[in-house]
Structures are given as structure tokens and as C-alpha cells.
Ligand binder design. Sequence first.
Ligand SMILES: *[C@@H]1O[C@H](CO)[C@@H](O)[C@H](O)[C@H]1NC(C)=O
Length: 138
Amino acid sequence: MKAFTSIIILIVAASMTLAIDPAEKKAQMMQIYSDCKASTNAKDDDIPKVMLDAKPTTHEGKCMFSCVMDKMGIITNGKLNQSGMLAWAESMSASTSIVDTVMTECGGLSDPDPCESATTIGLCFRNICKNSGMDMDW
Ligand SMILES: *[C@@H]1O[C@H](CO)[C@@H](O)[C@H](O)[C@H]1NC(C)=O
């Protein structure tokens, strides 16, 4: 029993150092979406606009998008977070060169409203990921 438990712990520890598998990543994203929906009072309507290709249109929707980007580690305080993006790229098994592209293309964007700012940057980020062929199911 004890040996069995340590094997499980070893497996869990080992898998944490590897890239997260897509199903797990997706579940993690869904959790982020539902947490952010709750904390920003976004409506069910806002969710499809935040996910996939659409742009959030309501202020709540933008704040929710901002919250999602924040929880992913991509944006901190309305600004791109380079070290957070590097960690994210690693977890997606993506090339870290994408981070340089995002910094160059999206780093200069901003808006006085933090939700607007994060949304503008986040959409720019998402476009670059899509254009580079990453599977962005959100
Ligand atoms: C960037 O993100 C990391 C982890 O996601 C966090 O620890 C760090 O404080 C963030 N950097 C800034 C400048 O906020």
C-alpha cells in the first residue's frame, strides 16, 4: 500500500514537469473561465465572445477576458508578462520564439482602462498564436 502510494506520487511529480496534456489544459482553461465569469459578473452571453475568434463587446466581457489572460499568466496589471508567457509557452510545448513575436507586436498596445488594455493585448496575442498554427481552442 505504501509502495503503491509512493509510485502514484512519483508519477504525479513526473507528469508535472512535462507539458500538460491537451485535455487537462482544456479542463484548466474551463476552470479559469468559470472562475473569471464569477469574479467579473460576466453573463453567459459574454463567454462565447471571449472564447474562440470573437471579441468581447461588453465591459464585463472585456474584464472577463482580462481576468482569463491574467490567470494564464500572459498579462499582469494590463501589461504583457514576459516570464509568465515563457512559462505558458513551455506548458503548451510551443516555441519560445512566439513570446518574442508577441512582445514585439503587442507590447506597445495599451489603454487607460485595464480591462480594455488587457483585451486589446490579449486579442493581439491570440492572433499571433493562431497565425503560428497553435491549437487555440479558446
Ligand atoms: C509575471 O507572472 C509571474 C508568474 O505568472 C509572476 O510571478 C510575476 O509576478 C509576474 N510579473 C510581473 C511583472 O508582475
